[in-house]
Design a protein around this ligand. Structure first.
Ligand SMILES: CC(C)(COP(=O)(O)OP(=O)(O)OC[C@H]1O[C@@H](n2cnc3c(N)ncnc32)[C@H](O)[C@@H]1OP(=O)(O)O)[C@@H](O)C(=O)NCCC(=O)NCCSC(=O)C[C@H](O)C(=O)O
Ligand SMILES: [Mg+2]
Length: 288
């Protein structure tokens, strides 16, 4: 199992048909961008959005941000042209919505290779249907090209006939299942969006919950959500200080178990502390 510490605290969607948003994103401290061709783009704007997304990826104007293109789903009239254009542009990843099975992941990886996508163009699968939740473990491990699972909580709530409520009780089993699947496969996992762009408190509570559950970050829909996600999904100063303290206590040990601030420290805590510091360093080197 390999782990990739590329920070994905803030993953911002934007309609690729929105020239203002494409421009604005160059100035935002987001870890990743999803140039959307799917839900945020009207049918009559799909072709223009496809060209704009490919041009944005090729522009070299987005600094070190991870750039991805969300294509329309398999089976739609736009899917093949989207995939071909994305493969040719060579973003960091192609995001595919409503992926339903491990077999579909393999088909998508084959299709990207057949379209000539460069090796560095990975596949991100959106998990947002009951089928995908039930197949999550196999789906997450289906291809080396698949590096990230992205929750689509709007579609999931719709498919379940559930409701969006504070605390997200109706979808917690699904969220946990997807985090488990990603961790078992050693890949990243990013939480769904918070729809009310004016409710910062509700958004921050959901970020906190997502981090506690193990998500690497959150998908976002508005610039006002970026800072909160970056803070929530970065190790806090206290977490970094504790991680350093744990490693120092461990290095100075004379037995197999030591304590740090009165708490037991074993090898597993040392591994967690090393991971915290690796994430902290990766975030630090983003804007260095
Ligand atoms: C939600 C919005 C429609 C709100 O837009 P708007 O009214 O323009 O917001 P503001 O006036 O507050 O915008 C201020 C400035 O910020 C820019 N902006 C806004 N949104 C973005 C963005 N996403 N990326 C970059 N820049 C953005 C505005 O242009 C203003 O710029 P300036 O005037 O120069 O200061 C809008 O935020 C929006 O369209 N958001 C994205 C919606 C989207 O992508 N939806 C699809 C993805 S969500 C999804 O599908 C999830 C999943 O599949 C599921 O099932 O859950
Ligand atoms: Mg969706």
């Amino acid at each position: 199992m390999s782990e990739d510490f590329r920070p994905r605290r803030s993953v911002l969607y934007m309609p690729s048909s929105n020239a203002k948003a494409l421009e604005k994103a160059k100035t935002l401290p987001v870890d990743a961008i999803i140039f959307d061709l799917e839900d945020a783009v009207a049918p009559d704007a799909k072709a223009e959005a496809r060209e704009a997304a490919a041009a944005a990826v090729r522009s070299g104007e987005y600094g070190g941000r991870e750039l991805t293109i969300r294509v329309n789903g398999a089976g739609t009239e736009w899917h093949e042209a989207d995939l071909a254009a994305a493969a040719a542009a060579g973003p960091d990843a192609v995001v595919v919505p409503k992926v339903g099975s491990a077999a579909q992941v393999r088909d998508l990886a084959d299709a990207l290779a057949a379209a000539g996508a460069p090796e560095h163009t990975k596949l991100w699968a959106m998990v947002e249907t009951p089928e995908a939740i039930f197949d999550a473990r196999e789906l997450a491990a289906a291809s080396e090209r698949l590096t990230v699972l992205v929750l689509g909580t709007n579609d999931l709530v719709k498919e379940l006939y559930a409701e969006h409520v504070p605390g997200r009780a109706p979808i917690l089993p699904s969220l946990h299942t997807v985090v488990l699947a990603a961790r078992a496969a050693g890949i990243s996992v990013v939480d769904g969006v918070y729809n009310d762009v004016k409710d910062l408190d509700g958004f921050l509570a959901e970020c906190e919950q997502g981090r506690q559950m193990g998500f690497d970050g959150k998908t976002l829909i508005h610039p006002g959500q970026v800072e909160g996600a970056n803070t929530a999904f970065a190790p806090s100063e206290k977490a970094v200080e504790d991680a350093r303290g744990i490693l120092a206590a461990w290095d100075a040990r004379t037995t197999g178990v030591v304590t740090y601030n009165g708490r037991m420290v074993e090898n597993l805590h040392v591994e967690s502390a090393q991971r915290t510091l690796a994430i902290h360093d990766a975030i630090g080197s983003l804007r260095a």
